[in-house]
Design a protein around this ligand. Structure first.
Ligand SMILES: C[S@@+](CC[C@H](N)C(=O)[O-])C[C@H]1O[C@@H](n2cnc3c(N)ncnc32)[C@H](O)[C@@H]1O
Length: 185
């Protein structure tokens, strides 16, 4: 994903004004993969108090750990699927291109909400319908979400939507949408 421009896309998404500083936050990157999303978070916001990677693949987890170590961070790594990990709630949950791989997206969003303190923020990147995603689907069998569908699911999971981000260029602009949502209670 890094070589296709998603790391740069994540930088743009996270650079938008957001009203809080990452330095004071504990962050959890769900479905972290190579940790491109949390690495972009660190590049924009600085080193968080604590960084946790949740990821079922040991190889991905090791790759994510190595990427963050290069930035001077020793992440906590949790080899698990979303919902299996029991963690203390944090200020920020990052989840890029992961709910489309989860069995039930509403359950996944509720599990992400439970990882957050009240008022904590979810930074979600999610696949949208586009022919590029058809090609990706042939390999990964992931889901895509219409804008209204994902917004409805996020609200049903007890989030308030802060903003929606349209990636301006490259593959992310065709495949993905960014959403920032706040845990309502
Ligand atoms: C498309 S990759 C995205 C990786 C990374 N977030 C990024 O944007 O570069 C999806 C990742 O989600 C992980 N994954 C799949 N199902 C998951 C689940 N139920 N819970 C947590 N992670 C999951 C996969 O192992 C994979 O690393």
């Amino acid at each position: 994903m890094r070589t296709l421009g998603y790391y740069d896309g994540y930088l743009g998404f996270l650079s938008e004004p957001q009203g809080m500083t990452g330095r004071d936050a504990c962050i959890v990157d769900v479905g972290a993969g190579t940790a491109a999303f949390s690495e972009a978070w660190v590049a924009i916001n600085g080193i968080p108090i604590q960084t946790t990677l949740i990821e079922p693949s040991p190889a991905m987890l090791e790759s994510g750990r190595a990427a963050l170590r290069r930035r001077g961070i020793e992440p906590r790594t949790v080899q698990a699927f979303l919902g299996e990990a029991v963690l203390e709630p944090c200020e920020v949950v990052l989840a890029a291109h992961v709910i489309e791989h989860c069995p039930d997206p509403l359950v996944a969003l509720r599990q992400m909400r439970d990882l957050l303190l009240p008022g904590g923020r979810l930074y979600l990147v999610v696949s949208k319908p586009h022919w590029c995603n058809v090609i990706i689907w042939l390999q990964w069998r992931h889901r895509t979400f219409q804008k209204n569908e994902i917004m409805g699911l996020i609200q049903e999971a007890s989030f308030e939507i802060d903003r929606i981000y349209d990636f301006p260029s490259g593959p992310p602009s065709r495949t993905s949408r960014g959403i920032v949502a706040r845990r309502a209670n």
